[in-house]
Design a binder for this molecule. Structure first.
Ligand SMILES: [Zn+2]
Length: 483
């Protein structure tokens, strides 16, 4: 051990000692050493050098050390129709970090007068100025942009290799089948991937027209106007297009087990198809629309009935979906209230960037006994892979960015809007009991949060997405993992 001791005597910036380390492919007791923002060494508990010099040592005994959260679905300061949330990158990323998310992936959804590339440049400028979390971006194309496909190589140059399309919201965000196909084809040349908001527009338009016959449509009719069948129909249709093209496809916010299963079955047939769910679709059911402030829960797709929610949660717990994204949209309660009588003017979406990691650790690890590896894959490793950020993000291994969370299943807290830093005056999870406690959040080697307080305001980095990895997490080499 003499030689190893000498190697280890090099001083590290920070050492996380004696925790239970979790990656997507397994867990083991060990110690992590950090230098210059990266993980320099990972030792199994029975192979730790006698002497490790470090500027700071955090005792992690009795706690989990897991990769920092990667949220693949965040809308920083979203504009929806004529409503814009006042949230900026600073406030959104602060909330993300406090909730254990060290990397956020935002969407560059252009204004009507803006090209996809201009929207990307504007978003990147905002993030460069204000994001404390590391930051990556998805592009977005609508039918308005159908003549702008030549911008795709420029998006890739800017580090944007994933493009979102909507199959609904005609005349605002919708992309025709032809455009979806063209984007899939072009992105394949860059090992990129198309992200799809799948709800069948004609079904929704028909139902909305029927409802409108009786005057303005109140918000709680969202359940009738955007049924599960509309989502399932669109997923089936887009899977066929993707199969035709031979392109990978990622479905954002799947809200029904049937839609998610269709995706999984496509994968079993050899298609590269992925399913994202959101915390609210596996914890909240449509009965909230009948409760006080029910309009605050309007999102697309809407919350589903109890049986659907439970069934989707079982699929998540079984590891049958790929990622959990927040679909964070920081609308306030006032604008929701003001428009509760007119579904056509309602801004859809709910805040969730700060609650995603703590709530899912509580629900899955503490309450449903799901393995920590499965939860890590859903909250960090798979989002990193499918956003082109792996293995820099999403794994605890020598050479990866030192984005780490120290979390214990002990302790309990109650979620309240007042206790959250996110830029909205409500949370859909008001009053929820959350088991576990997140004591430390480390972003590229810097301790950003301790015991629930932000303790550093150094800037995050803009991340360029690389080719999307479809091969699953790379197995870690042996036990001695130092570089
Ligand atoms: Zn979204």
């Amino acid at each position: 051990m003499r030689e190893n001791d000498e190697v280890a005597a090099a001083a590290y910036d920070l050492v996380l000692a004696g925790g239970q380390i979790a990656n997507a492919d397994g867990t083991f007791p060990g110690t992590v050493a950090i230098q210059d923002g990266r993980i320099a060494a990972v030792w199994h508990a029975d192979a730790i050098p006698d002497l490790i010099e470090a500027t700071e040592v955090l005792d992690c005994s009795g706690r989990w050390v897991i990769p920092g959260g990667v949220d693949p679905h965040v809308h920083v300061g979203i504009t929806f129709g004529d409503v814009q949330t006042p949230e900026d990158h600073l406030r959104c990323s602060r909330a993300a970090l406090l909730g254990g998310t060290t990397t956020i992936v935002d969407f560059a959804i252009g204004r009507p007068d803006q090209s996809p590339l201009a929207a990307v440049d504007e978003r990147l400028a905002g993030a460069r100025e204000g994001s404390l979390a590391d930051y990556a971006l998805h592009g977005c194309y609508t039918d308005r942009d159908a003549e702008q496909l030549d911008q795709i190589p420029d998006l890739v140059d800017r580090g944007v290799r994933t493009i979102k399309v909507y199959t609904t919201y005609r005349e605002q965000m919708m992309a025709s089948d032809g455009l979806v196909r063209s984007i899939m084809e072009r992105l394949m040349g860059f090992d990129g991937m198309t992200y799809v908001h799948a709800e069948d527009n004609s079904t929704i338009e028909t139902l909305m027209a029927q409802l409108a016959g009786q005057g303005p449509i109140p918000y709680d009719k969202i359940r009738v106007a955007r049924p599960e069948a509309a989502e399932v129909r669109a997923v089936r249709h887009v899977l066929e297009i993707a199969a035709d093209v031979g392109a990978p496809v990622y479905f954002v916010h799947q809200s029904t087990p049937v839609a998610s299963q269709l995706t999984r079955m496509a994968r079993a047939r050899g298609q590269l198809a992925y399913s994202e769910v959101c915390p609210h679709y596996v914890t909240l059911d449509e009965s909230v629309y009948d409760a006080h402030a029910g309009e605050c829960y309007t999102c697309c797709p809407p919350l589903r009935n109890k049986a659907t929610v439970e069934s989707l949660m079982r699929a998540v717990a079984a590891g049958h979906v790929d990622t959990i994204g927040s679909d964070h949209c920081a609308f306030g309660a006032a604008i929701k209230l003001e428009r509760k009588h007119d579904l056509t003017r309602m801004p859809f979406g709910m805040p969730g960037v700060q609650t995603r990691v703590p709530l899912m650790l509580s629900e899955l690890v503490c309450k449903r006994d799901v393995s920590m590896s499965t939860v890590v894959s859903l909250l960090s490793t798979n989002p990193a892979r499918l956003c082109g950020l792996y293995p820099r993000k999403g794994v605890i291994a020598a050479g990866a960015d030192a984005d780490l969370l120290v979390w214990s299943p002990e302790g309990e807290s109650t979620l309240t809007a007042a206790g959250l830093a996110h830029d909205s005056d409500y949370t859909p999870f008001e009053g929820w009991r959350v088991q576990g406690s997140l004591s430390t959040v480390i972003r590229r080697g810097t301790v950003m949060c301790r015991d629930g307080a932000l303790v550093d305001d150094s800037p995050g980095q803009l991340l360029a997405s690389g080719p999307i990895s479809h091969t699953g997490p790379v197995a870690l080499p042996g036990r001695q993992l130092s570089a």
